[in-house]
Structure formats: C-alpha cells, structure tokens
Design a protein around this ligand. Structure first.
Ligand SMILES: *[C@@H]1O[C@H](CO)[C@@H](O)[C@H](O)[C@H]1NC(C)=O
Ligand SMILES: *[C@@H]1O[C@H](CO)[C@@H](O)[C@H](O)[C@H]1NC(C)=O
Ligand SMILES: *[C@@H]1O[C@H](CO)[C@@H](O)[C@H](O)[C@H]1NC(C)=O
Ligand SMILES: *[C@@H]1O[C@H](CO)[C@@H](O)[C@H](O)[C@H]1NC(C)=O
Ligand SMILES: *[C@@H]1O[C@H](CO)[C@@H](O)[C@H](O)[C@H]1NC(C)=O
Ligand SMILES: *[C@@H]1O[C@H](CO)[C@@H](O)[C@H](O)[C@H]1NC(C)=O
Ligand SMILES: *[C@@H]1O[C@H](CO)[C@@H](O)[C@H](O)[C@H]1NC(C)=O
Ligand SMILES: *[C@@H]1O[C@H](CO)[C@@H](O)[C@H](O)[C@H]1NC(C)=O
Ligand SMILES: *[C@@H]1O[C@H](CO)[C@@H](O)[C@H](O)[C@H]1NC(C)=O
Length: 775
C-alpha cells in the first residue's frame, strides 16, 4: 500500500517536471534508421554500437541536439544539398549565357535545398522571325511594301542577326468553313477572280537571312477566301512551332524564335472540326508535305492548351498582331498561354500600316523579359525567387521584365519534396530563353548504414545471434535484448529491482536490465540501475527558477545538484565569485565574510552596508544612534517592534541618572511627547559601541503648559466674537434699506382684483340624490 502510494507520488512529481508540452517531433516512434530519417526532417539516428548515457541505453532516433547531449559519436542525419558540375560563368555575349549548366540535387523529404541560376541576356542575339499571315481577304499591298527591310530596321537596335520566314493560312478546305460551290471552290473571293482555293496552311518561305526573298514571297502571296469568320490560325501556329526542320528554326539556345500571327478574325479551336466531320484530335506534331499542311482534313483544330504545350516545347514565342475588333480575343489567348510563352498581342490599324511598329514593340518587350520554367518537376516543390537587374527581389516569381541587353539576372530556386514515392522524377531541367540547366536528382530515402554490405551478420556484438545494423542488433528468432543476450522468454520476465518495484515504476525490464522510460521533456532523463534517478527533480534556483541554476551553473544528478566551478549551494545559486564582495581590493571592508557573492558583516562590529564599510554609529553621529536609543529605552520612534530587536541588538545601552562628560559625546533629541531625552556614546577599544542614556526625559512643567493652552483658547474666542458682532450690524443695516425700498414700490402699484371671464373652474360638483336618504 505504502509502496504503491510512493510510486504514484514519484510519478506525479516527475510529471510535474517532465510532462510539459513540447513541439518537437516524436522521433522515438521510429524503430529503424530509414523510418527515422523519413519520419521527420528533425529526427536523426545514432549509429554508435554502444549508445549509452549515464549507463542507460539511449533511444537511437532522436533530435540531433539530444544525440549530441548524449555524446553520440556517429550521427546519421543526411540533409539535402546540391552539387554543381559545370559552372562556367556567363562570359559576355559568347557561348555561355546560363550558369550553372549541370547540377545534381540530393533531397531528403521535408528538407529543401536551393540553387541559384544566372541568366545573361546577350546583346545581338539572333532572331528567327516567322511571319504567319491570314490570307482569307485580299492583302493591302501598301502594308507589306518592303516589310522585310522595315522589320529588320525596326529591331536592328536589338539585333542584327535576323532571319525571316513566311507562312499563310486560311481555314480547313471543307464545308461549312468554305463554300463548296465549284465556282467558289476555284476562286473563293467573289471580288477577286485571281484568288487561290482555300487551304489550311502553307509554309511559303522557310527562315532565310536574305530579306529580299521574304519581300518577293510576300508580294507574290495571293488572297484566298472562306465563309465563316473564325480562321484556322491556331492549327497553322502549331505547325509552325512543331515543324522545326521545315521552318528552319535554329537551335533553341542559339536564337530566339518568334512567330508573328497577323489576322483580322478570331480562331477556331478544338471541337470546331466536328462540324466539318474532322474528329481526330490534333496531335500537335508536324504534318507538312512540302509546303502544304497535309492533315488539314484529318485532324481537328488544336486546343489552346495544346498550343501552349507545343509553343513551350519548341520555345516559339507568338506575337498576335490583330485587328482591333479581335484584340480582346487574342489578349485572352495570350494570357492563357502565360508569361512562360512570352505571348504578346498588338493592335493593327485598319490598313495594317503600323505592322512594323507593332512587331517591333512586341519583340522589344520580349527581348527585355527573362522568364524561366521547369520541366518534369511533378512531386517536387519548387519556389522561385527572381533577382532582377537593379537588385530587385521578387518572391515566388519566375519573370524579370525590363532587362537591358547585357544584364544578368538570377533566380534562386528552392527545391524540396515531401515524401519518398516510386514516381519521383530522376531529372528535370530549368529552361531559359538562352539555354537550360540540367538537374539530376537523387533522394535520401534510406539510411546508408542499412546497405547490405555494411550489415554485420552473425555479429560478435550481438552474441552471434543476430546482425548488426546501423549500430543496433536485430536478433535471430527466439533471441532478444539489446545484444541478443537472452531468449524471448527470459526477456519477458520482470527483473528484480532493489526496492521491489519493477524499475522504480519508470521503466521496463529486458534481459535483467532496466530500460527507463523517456520523458516528455526532451532534456529530461530517467536513469540509474533501476531507473531511480532523473535529472529534473533537483532544487530550483529561487531567482531564475531553473533546476540547479541552469546548465551553466550545475547539473542535476539524481536529486542532487552538481555545481560547476564558482557555484555552490543546494541549487547552485551561491556564487563563489568574490567580485560582489570586493571594493577597492578589500573583501567586505575586512569586517565580514563573503557568502554567495554578498558580504555578511561581523555582527559585533558597527559596520554595515554591501561592503561592511558604512558605520552609522561611529563617532560624530548622534542621529545614527537615536532610533535605537529611542525604541530600546522608551518604546518610541520609527524602530518599534521587531525592527528594534533585530537592528538594535548590538547596541549596549546603559541607563544612568545623569550624563557625565566621561561617557562620551552627548546627544539630545526631542521625543514624540515633546519631552527631551539625552544620551552619550563612546566607542570602546575593541570597537564596540557603548551608550549611556538618561533614565528620565526632560518634560516642560505641566502648569506652564496649561496656562499657555488657556491663553490661546481665550484669544481665539475673543477674535471670533468680535467678527460675529460686526457681521450682525452690517446685516441689520442692509435689511432696513431693503424694506424701505419695498414699501415705496408697494404704494406705486395699484392692482384691481377681478375674475377672468373665460375662466372655468377645474372642479365640478355633483350631488348624489340618494346621499343621506335613510332606507
Ligand atoms: C552533367 O555533369 C556530369 C558530371 O560532370 C556528367 O557526367 C553528365 O554527363 C552531365 N550531364 C549533362 C546533361 O551535361
Ligand atoms: C536605335 O537606338 C538609337 C539610340 O539608342 C535611336 O536613336 C534609334 O532611334 C533607335 N532605332 C530604332 C529603330 O529604334
Ligand atoms: C538576296 O537575294 C537577292 C535576289 O534574290 C540577291 O540578288 C541578293 O544578292 C541576295 N543577297 C544576299 C546578301 O545574299
Ligand atoms: C507575368 O508577368 C507579369 C509582369 O510582366 C507579372 O506581374 C506576373 O506576376 C507574371 N505572372 C506569373 C504567373 O509569373
Ligand atoms: C508519405 O507517404 C506515407 C505513405 O505513403 C503517408 O502515410 C504519409 O502521410 C506521407 N507523408 C507526407 C508528408 O505526405
Ligand atoms: C530524365 O528523366 C526522364 C524521365 O523522367 C528519362 O526518360 C530520361 O532518361 C532522364 N534523363 C537522364 C539524362 O537521366
Ligand atoms: C557465428 O559465428 C560463430 C563464431 O564465429 C560460429 O561458431 C557460428 O557457427 C556462426 N553462426 C552462424 C549462423 O553463422
Ligand atoms: C571562477 O572565478 C575565478 C575568480 O573569480 C575566475 O578567474 C574564473 O574564471 C571563474 N571561473 C568560471 C568558470 O567562471
Ligand atoms: C567579529 O569581530 C570581533 C572583534 O573584532 C572578532 O573578535 C570576531 O572574531 C569577529 N567575528 C567574526 C565572525 O569574524
């Protein structure tokens, strides 16, 4: 009974210290190294073969700081990181425009790693510009006159390495997009006998340096026609982007690829093909047969999503130069395509005369923007921070605008993953307009120490009954214990503990050894042969409320503080440092001892104060001795009661009838009762103070006092009477005057008493006829 109560009590006591909530992850639930490091980014594993602290086996999966405290020598705590393989800095306008080019990332779940990518915007970067025009109406010759040269001039400030290509589109050559009347089929534009039959898309001129070719080709373009308003611009765009060889695009790193789509009509998109019986979804691949789009009647129009994918894949930037009535439609499309495609929209005038300026402005905007994107990063979390020129930093942004040619911008990318799964990508890339960064990924999804070749089968440490894995024995069937040293049967037996309890009620027994429980407090520790000790039940320092004054003053060991250098006392709250007791190099004025950093003055000497150097009662100081004389002799003054006993206990006071000059310096004070008392003091040879006090106080005689009091009372009364008399006289004179004035006015006014004729009395009188009649 008693024993049980004691255990409960000790647990309650412990809980008071140990069960405070803690936000640290619960690492101890993880039983193997891999579980441990995957369980929480903060958990780590101790691989020591013999991992004990204070003779107790410690838990192997724990916070790194706890492992350090427990003096683990080999902690397995892999992190995330990155290795840069090739890091040629961007070198002006020559080949390297993006750095690094090749990075290996190692990721542990929940721990992110960051890389920084620098992108140099080159001057005079080549441009491939493909002009894709809608020929469903006749072309205004003025608008395309010397268009090639004008375009080259317009963007010559940005680049001189310039190639032009030309394409034309109308719509699917079938009903309902065109008129199937044979006459109309041959020449679909009724106003133009020369118009060419409707076609899907023609690659008229692959990209070429000689702008003369472009000029020739565009002037030879013939108008065509169709019926419905939306045109097949998107499917032409997909072909331009997808047909790398046919269009003649240079490689992505070597040139910016731009396609200018001019039209005055909206576009058909996926699903519209059903009307014409074209049902196969667009595959986004190249279907050029010579210059002709061969899948026009085979495949549906592409969806904007497919257009986006194809544009991103081929890094072709679209500029929509469209008539003002369709501007909104294409702005929405450009928005949908997003920053990563760099899509731009410009508004054409009625006569398309501003085409060169529209393209020039859009291209300048594109050339001054750097956007990066990543591929194949599903299951990873990427956060981008853009460091744009002029040092502006944008969180969660992948775009820098207003970048001058020749500037370098950087992007900080933090990569993390949440969980080890089978479908994690093995690589991905970061794409920039001027090249890409290849990132190879490896994952920390298991502990290195669990690798087959490191295992120690039939290990000596595990009593030849198990293998050693990450410092821990995994025992063969039938064996158990830390070192596989007992059978499972033995293991289950309770070990006998000194006091009869099993491991003091704070642990479990295995192979005859106590394994103490963990405390909730990460700093708490239960230990001892029978878990009888813990490091939290020591006295707290009364000042800072910390156990043993905190870790820098002392450690708690099984209920007792082990104080560190310069500290002592049960809670290590007592400083052995003498600094607090020393003034001018003298310890406590030589009249006391230093205890816990403060002076304790010798009680038999009159010196007090923090350094025992203040003597209030020494020669020449009557006032210092007054309170004690007063309270000790007469029970008056400020030191009555307990104060008198403690503060005046060193005073030796002798009462005498008469003070004589050999009694020392004389002092005289007036007491609370107006009587005077006198004392004399002297300091004896041994420094002790000797005080002589007059036994009786000098009081003024009583008769004298009475006369004075009566005199004062009489004088006060006389003055009061005189004042009363004066007031009375003044008041009477005033009253008389006021009465006389009243009488005078009374005579002047002659009032007549009369009744108001319209007045009706407010009361009515009724007579009860039965009143007073006797029945
Ligand atoms: C990346 O660098 C590593 C080491 O230099 C090399 O083995 C690998 O081929 C490189 N990969 C690419 C795509 O450049
Ligand atoms: C090119 O730049 C120069 C000066 O920077 C400027 O004067 C000229 O107008 C620009 N030309 C074009 C076509 O923008
Ligand atoms: C461009 O082509 C025209 C005619 O097609 C030709 O006369 C001229 O020499 C060419 N220019 C260059 C630089 O090749
Ligand atoms: C697109 O670019 C604009 C600036 O040009 C920027 O404000 C916007 O946040 C960007 N959008 C995305 C999704 O990055
Ligand atoms: C990781 O995966 C496991 C099992 O697939 C799941 O229980 C756990 O919740 C996942 N953790 C996170 C952070 O997604
Ligand atoms: C990159 O990953 C993809 C699929 O995730 C894979 O097909 C490709 O072979 C990988 N490339 C390299 C160089 O590892
Ligand atoms: C383990 O090693 C001991 C001593 O080296 C040997 O006697 C025993 O047969 C071994 N057991 C196994 C299962 O290999
Ligand atoms: C202990 O006190 C001595 C003397 O004051 C001083 O020299 C020493 O540095 C102190 N030790 C510690 C650990 O503070
Ligand atoms: C206090 O002072 C007296 C007189 O100088 C001396 O005898 C005594 O030992 C002192 N006491 C202590 C505790 O230092």
């Amino acid at each position: 009974m008693l024993k049980g109560a004691r255990v409960v009590f000790s647990q309650l006591l412990l809980c008071g210290f140990l069960c405070e909530g803690s936000k640290d992850p619960d690492c101890r639930q993880y039983k193997t190294c891999t579980e441990c490091i995957l369980g929480s980014p903060e958990c780590s594993w101790c691989e020591d073969r013999d991992y004990h602290y204070l003779d107790q086996p410690r838990r192997r999966c724990d916070l790194h700081s706890n492992h350090q405290q427990n003096k683990c020598r080999k902690i397995s705590n892999p992190g995330s990181g990155s290795t840069v393989h090739s890091n040629n800095e961007p070198d002006g306008d020559r080949d390297v425009k993006v750095s690094p080019q090749n990075v290996t990332l190692r990721l542990r779940p929940g721990i992110s790693t960051a890389i920084t990518i620098n992108v140099h915007t080159p001057r005079n970067f080549p441009v491939d510009l493909y002009y894709l025009t809608d020929v469903s109406r006749s072309i205004k010759k003025e608008s395309i006159k010397s268009l090639g040269h004008l375009l080259a001039d317009e963007i010559s400030n940005l680049t001189s390495r310039f190639r032009l290509g030309l394409g034309a589109f109308v719509d699917k050559p079938t009903a309902p997009y065109m008129d199937t009347d044979p006459v109309m089929v041959a020449a679909p534009d009724p106003n133009n006998g020369n118009s060419t039959p409707t076609f899907g898309y023609h690659n008229v001129l692959p990209l070429n340096k000689n702008t003369s070719y472009f000029q020739d080709a565009i002037e030879k373009l013939m108008a065509s026609g169709n019926v419905d308003n939306p045109e097949g611009g998107l499917e032409a765009l997909v072909q331009v982007a997808a047909c790398e060889k046919e269009i003649g695009w240079q490689s992505k790193e070597d040139a910016r690829r731009v396609v200018v789509l001019t039209t005055d009509a909206a576009y058909h998109s996926a699903g519209d093909g059903l009307l014409g019986g074209v049902v196969i979804p667009n595959d986004g691949l190249c279907h050029l047969d010579g210059e002709e789009y061969s899948a026009s009647l085979l495949m549906d129009y592409p969806s904007p999503g497919l257009v986006r994918d194809v544009l991103l894949e081929s890094q072709v930037v679209p500029i929509f130069a469209v008539a003002s009535k369709e501007k909104q439609v294409y702005e929405q499309l450009a928005n949908f395509l997003g920053n990563e495609t760099y899509a731009e929209t410009g508004e054409l005038l009625e006569d398309s005369s501003n085409i060169v300026r529209v393209i020039g402005e859009a291209y300048k905007k594109i050339a001054r923007t750097v956007t990066i994107r990543d591929t194949n990063s599903a299951r990873l979390t990427l956060r981008y921070t853009a460091v744009c020129p002029k040092g502006e930093i944008y969180e969660d942004t992948r775009t820098c605008t207003g970048v001058e040619l020749g500037d370098t911008v950087s992007f900080k990318i933090s990569v993390s993953m949440a969980n080890c799964t089978d479908d994690l990508p093995s690589n991905f890339s970061i794409k920039t307009p001027y090249g890409q960064v290849f990132l190879k990924l490896s994952y920390v999804c298991s502990c290195d120490c669990e690798a087959e070749e490191i295992l120690e089968p039939n290990s000596t440490i595990c009593s030849h009954r198990g293998s050693l894995k990450c410092g821990m024995c995994s025992c063969e069937d039938g064996w158990a214990g830390e070192y596989c040293s007992c059978t499972e049967e033995e293991e289950r037996k309770n070990c006998q503990s000194n006091n009869g309890d099993v491991c003091s009620g704070q642990g479990s027994c295995s192979c005859g050894k106590c394994y103490c429980e963990d405390t909730k407090d990460p700093k708490g520790l239960i230990y001892g042969e029978t878990c009888e000790c813990n490091n939290l039940n020591c006295p707290k320092d009364p000042e800072n409320e910390e156990i043993c004054g905190g870790s820098e003053r002392g450690d708690c060991d099984c209920g007792q503080c082990k104080c560190k250098e310069n500290w002592s006392g049960p809670s290590c709250s007592c400083s052995k440092d003498l600094d607090g007791c020393t003034k001018n190099g003298v310890l406590c004025g030589g009249r006391g001892t230093c205890k816990c950093g403060t002076c304790v003055c010798n009680a038999s000497l009159p010196y007090r104060g923090p350094f025992c150097d203040e003597c209030l009662s020494c020669i020449g100081n009557c006032e210092a001795n007054r309170p004690c004389v007063q309270c000790r002799m007469f029970g008056t003054g400020e030191l009555v009661g307990e104060d008198c006993k403690t503060k005046c206990k060193d005073f030796r006071i002798t009462a005498v009838d008469e003070l004589t000059s050999d009694m020392g310096k004389k002092c005289r004070f007036r007491d609370e009762d107006d009587c005077y008392f006198g004392f004399a003091y002297t300091v004896r040879a041994d420094g002790q103070l000797e005080i002589y006090t007059q036994r009786n106080k000098d009081c003024p005689s009583e008769m004298k006092a009475l006369l004075v009091i009566l005199g004062v009372i009489g004088a006060v009364l006389a003055v009061a009477l005189a004042l009363l008399l004066i007031w009375r006289v003044l008041a009477t004179v005033q009253d008389r005057r006021a009465f006389a004035k009243f009488e005078k006015e009374q005579q002047k006014a002659k009032c007549v008493m009369a009744e108001n004729p319209i007045f009706k009395p407010t009361t009515t009188t009724f007579m009860n006829p039965m009143y007073g009649v006797k029945t």
